[in-house]
Structure formats: structure tokens, C-alpha cells
Design a protein around this ligand. Structure first.
Ligand code: APR
Length: 307
């Protein structure tokens, strides 16, 4: 268990993540910081009071002041605006870059040794902004996207196959957007290549639905974007780090030559443990997958140029 984990942004993703962190006993104290007055305080009190029912002793504290986040071992950053129908994640870039920059400067001031998991969108570019603002090494600034994109992909595969999600192994790499790269060649069902179990057209339709999974939800909600699966995905990464589990999960990492890519954040297989991003695992890709990964990284780079 960590002493203190801070969630920045007490909105839909942040508050749900804070609740999940408490319920999973991942920290003695969970701090929620937000600029909105009263919101983090009220939500934190409400969450703290669920402890006796849910069986956790974690103290949940809401505040507008980063002083209470001092010395947190880990931050989950969800501050920013969310998408509305018709918007791409990239449309959020200017607003959220300013927000993530200021959050990063505060984190650096109060917790210079922390690990930061970024959730704000456009994800890969917000990781770049966070790293610039904190000057933290690449192993301590990681982005949550691949776990979510993979969860969506695995959900739809499970549904089409009529087989438990537990038995579906997959990875989605690339930037968190329309160019994401589901690795069909590495998708297995209890070790069996998925191509032996589903027709190519069915697989293609599933890949497409996973790619547009976030937009499908925004289309229904109209006033905001997904938060149950995004918060669950972020907390899976938190758990891997807190318990030093050495999980191999797709996450956005600063690339310095891996997969032939440099100076860009992009989703790749990451070994997560107590030190944060402990290793990027390079795997062989088909020509088509490699081309798609490079195109996705270039799409991230073009948005990165704006900030
Ligand atoms: N510092 C702290 N919190 C901030 C700041 C800031 N500078 N600016 C905005 N916030 C807070 C808002 O007050 C709000 O409470 O961030 C919160 C965002 O919450 P929601 O609007 O509910 O958005 P949410 O659905 O949680 O998404 C947050 O995560 O998945 C991404 O695309 C999504 O970028 C978005 C982010």
C-alpha cells in the first residue's frame, strides 16, 4: 500500500478513480485536487463515508490546495475538459495543454519524486506536456490509453466469441485516437490465435468499433465522455505500480529509438512496477502493424507540434 496517492481533477474520471483506489486498498490516503471549489471536498467526504460499508480504511480528502498532495508517491492526472459529440480528442489540445502544464508545475513543486499517470486528452500529447512541466524522467511519466483501448477490444471480442473476457489476451498500441493499432496478430483466446476463431470481416468490424469506442459513448452521453472504463484502466496501472507487479500493459511512453521511433509519446508494451515504467518491451510487428504504428506516432507528433 502507498502512503498517499493524489488524483488531480475530481470530475467523472478522477472521482471514479479515487473511489476505486480506496476500494482496492492501494493507499492509506487518497487526495483529490480540483480547481472547482467544494466539489473535491464534497465528493471526498462522500467517498470516505463509504469506507465502513465497502470495508476500507483509506482516508479520502478533497482540496483545492496542492499542499495536501505533498510527497504523494503517485499522481493520476485527469484535469481538463472532456469531449462533446463531434469533437475529436485532438480538439481538446489547447485548453488541456494549459491545464496539464499548470498541474505538472504544482506536482513538481510538492512531490518531486512522484510517478505520474496521465489520463487527460489528447493523451499522448498531454504526457509530453506533463514531462516538460515536471522535468521528470520518462519512467515516471506514463499515459493511460492502451489498457482502455484493449479493454474495449477485448469486450467486443468476448461478446462475438461467447467466451469470457478473462480468456482473451490482446494489446492495442499506438496513439490514443483514430490511428490506434490493435495487434490482431497477437490476439489470442487462451493461446489460440483469434484468426482461427473469427472470420476476417468480423474481426475488422470489432477493431473498428474498438477504435471508435470512446466516440460511441460520447454520442450517447452528449454532455461528456466515458469514465467507468477509463478510471478502471488507470487504476489497473496504479495497482501494478503499488504492488510492484511487473505487469506488461500497453501504455503511452516516451520513445527514444524503440520501434524505430524517437521523441514522441506513443502506446507500446510497458513493464510496470514500483519504479513506474521499468522497461519498454519491443516485439516483432508485421509490416502492416509497423506502418500503422509509425503513422499513429506521426499523428501524435503533429499535435505535439502545436504545444
Ligand atoms: N486543476 C485541477 N483540476 C482542474 C483544472 C486544473 N487546472 N482544470 C479543470 N479541472 C477539473 C474540472 O474542474 C473538472 O472537475 O477537471 C475536472 C474534469 O472533470 P470532467 O469535466 O468530469 O471530465 P472527465 O470526464 O473526468 O475527463 C477528464 O480525462 O478522459 C479524459 O478526455 C477526458 O481530458 C478529459 C479528462
Amino acid at each position: 500500500m502507498f502512503e498517499k496517492i493524489t488524483v488531480v481533477g475530481a470530475g467523472n474520471v478522477g472521482a471514479t478513480a479515487a473511489q476505486r483506489i480506496a476500494e482496492k486498498h492501494l493507499a492509506r490516503t487518497v487526495v483529490m485536487v480540483d480547481i472547482a471549489e467544494g466539489i473535491p471536498q464534497g465528493k471526498a467526504l462522500d467517498q470516505w463515508q463509504s469506507g465502513p460499508v465497502e470495508g476500507f480504511d483509506t482516508r479520502v480528502i478533497g482540496t483545492n490546495d496542492y499542499a495536501l498532495a505533498a510527497d504523494s508517491e503517485l499522481f493520476v492526472v485527469t484535469a481538463g475538459i472532456a469531449r462533446k459529440p463531434g469533437m475529436s480528442r485532438d480538439d481538446l489540445v489547447k485548453t488541456n495543454a494549459g491545464i496539464v502544464q499548470s498541474v505538472g508545475e504544482q506536482i513538481r513543486a510538492v512531490a518531486p519524486k512522484a510517478i505520474v499517470i496521465v489520463v487527460s486528452n489528447p493523451l499522448d500529447v498531454m504526457c509530453f506536456v506533463m514531462r516538460r512541466a515536471t522535468s521528470f524522467p520518462p519512467e515516471r511519466v506514463i499515459g493511460m490509453a492502451g489498457v482502455l483501448d484493449t479493454a474495449r477490444y477485448r469486450t467486443f471480442l468476448s461478446d462475438a466469441l461467447g467466451i469470457s473476457v478473462d480468456d482473451i489476451q490482446a494489446m492495442v498500441l499506438g496513439g490514443h485516437g483514430d490511428t490506434m493499432v490493435p495487434l490482431v496478430s497477437y490476439t489470442t483466446v487462451s493461446g489460440i490465435p483469434v484468426s482461427q476463431l473469427l472470420a476476417a470481416e468480423t474481426l475488422e468490424a470489432i477493431v473498428d468499433r474498438a477504435r471508435n469506442g470512446g466516440a460511441e459513448i460520447v454520442g450517447h452521453l452528449k454532455t461528456g465522455s466515458a469514465y467507468y472504463a477509463p478510471s478502471a484502466a488507470a487504476v489497473e496501472m496504479v495497482e501494478a505500480i503499488v504492488h510492484d507487479r511487473k505487469r506488461l500493459l500497453p501504455a503511452s511512453a516516451w520513445l527514444q529509438g524503440q520501434f524505430g521511433l524517437s521523441d514522441v509519446y506513443c502506446g507500446v508494451p510497458c513493464l510496470l512496477g514500483r519504479a513506474g515504467l521499468e522497461r519498454i518491451v519491443e516485439i516483432a510487428l508485421t509490416d502492416a502493424e509497423r506502418t500503422a504504428l509509425h503513422a499513429s506516432a506521426e499523428a501524435v507528433r503533429s499535435v505535439q507540434a502545436i504545444v
